[in-house]
Design a binder for this molecule. Structure first.
Ligand SMILES: N[C@@H](CCC(=O)N[C@@H](CS)C(=O)NCC(=O)O)C(=O)O
Length: 325
């Protein structure tokens, strides 16, 4: 675990001393957009036209943010158009590595690099900041397009439609206000809330994260008791963004990150909804519990210094979800 400062790797854990024990997530650095015609997107530079084979995705199968991009790649028929390299689940003193001695860790299939930071340095030799997955890489101009998963799933949702013929819309214009409001609360208190709880190094910071997390799970349970999906009767981006956290909740966050007021599977509607999304065509193939369980317990020495992988509950992900009847 570490970060780049002016192109030099520094091996250091998250700084929580300056924030009273609270984990603060950095904003992502590369914010360009692939668009259908190559025009600039909402942020960054233009010049990234949607083309088959041009872009490459770097992911960790453990990471909930990278997982979103794999789900959108599957749902939107992008698998033949965008290839993928998968890092090793153990994130050690050199950060994410391209070691291949774990099933499903592919190495860097583009350049054969040793570490994920080599991809950042290839794009920007004097780069500063955290070395995170996912990364969307442009083979044509040899640079990172984006390292922000929220943006990458929006690009995947629409930019490649002419190539794939898939116009399923997970961010429909009529529901955008609703989706944005859901995303705001769920990002802060749930997707990031589990990390804020788990990485807190003071009681106060933990308390300030874990109570809003469970308040939000109660609120979500209420929504899902009256609606099939978060924004109503159709599935949207808001559901997929929550799903990757929900899938990791009982295997990891409940125990490892001390999010243990309840198990996710104690919320009947949220648990049924999570299984429905897991069982959605193409999605189970993007979920890898071996990477998920291994990564968190192995890579956070401040939380789990002996790297013992817990036994974990046996969860029947394929049990009929009972939603929508
Ligand atoms: N805002 C980013 C966050 C990505 C992120 O934090 N990824 C984690 C893995 S779950 C990571 O690579 N962390 C490495 C680090 O912080 O050094 C996104 O959503 O794309």
């Amino acid at each position: 675990m570490g970060q780049l400062v002016d192109g030099i790797w520094h091996d250091e854990w998250y700084d929580t001393k300056s924030t009273g024990g609270a984990f603060k997530r950095d904003t992502s650095r590369f914010r360009n957009w692939v668009t259908a015609d190559g025009a600039a997107g909402p942020t960054g530079q233009g010049g990234f036209k949607a083309q088959t084979g041009r872009y490459h995705l770097y992911v960790s199968l453990a990471c909930p943010w990278a997982h979103r991009t794999l789900i959108f790649r599957a749902l939107k028929g992008l698998t033949p158009h965008i290839d993928v390299s998968t890092v090793h689940p153990d994130m050690m003193s050199d950060g994410w590595s391209f070691d291949t001695d774990f099933p499903g860790a592919t190495g860097d299939t583009l350049f054969g690099s040793a570490f994920l930071r080599d991809i950042y340095l290839r794009s920007e030799p004097e780069c500063s900041g955290r070395v995170t997955v996912p990364i969307l890489w442009d083979k044509q101009t040899d640079q990172i397009v984006s390292n922000e998963s929220a943006d990458i799933i929006r690009m995947f949702n629409s930019a490649f439609n002419d190539l794939t013929g898939n116009d399923d819309d997970n961010y429909p214009a009529t529901l955008r206000d609703r989706i944005d409001a859901l995303n705001d609360r769920i990002y802060d208190t749930v997707n990031n809330g589990v990390y804020k709880s788990g990485f807190a190094t003071s009681q106060k910071a933990y308390d300030e994260a874990v109570h809003p997390l469970f308040d939000s799970l109660d609120w979500i349970e209420g929504i899902l008791s009256e609606n099939r999906y978060l924004a109503g009767d159709r599935i949207t981006e808001a559901d997929w963004r929550l799903f990757t956290t929900a899938a990791r909740f009982d295997p990891v966050y409940h125990t490892h990150f001390k999010c243990n007021r309840a198990w996710l599977r104690e919320y009947p509607n949220l648990w049924g909804w999570t299984r429905e999304l897991y069982q959605w065509p193409g999605v189970a193939q993007t979920v890898d519990f071996a990477h998920i369980v291994r990564h968190y317990h192995y890579s956070h020495p401040t939380i789990n210094p002996n790297r013992i992988i817990p036994i974990n509950p046996v969860i029947d992900w394929d049990k009929p979800h009972g939603r929508g009847g």
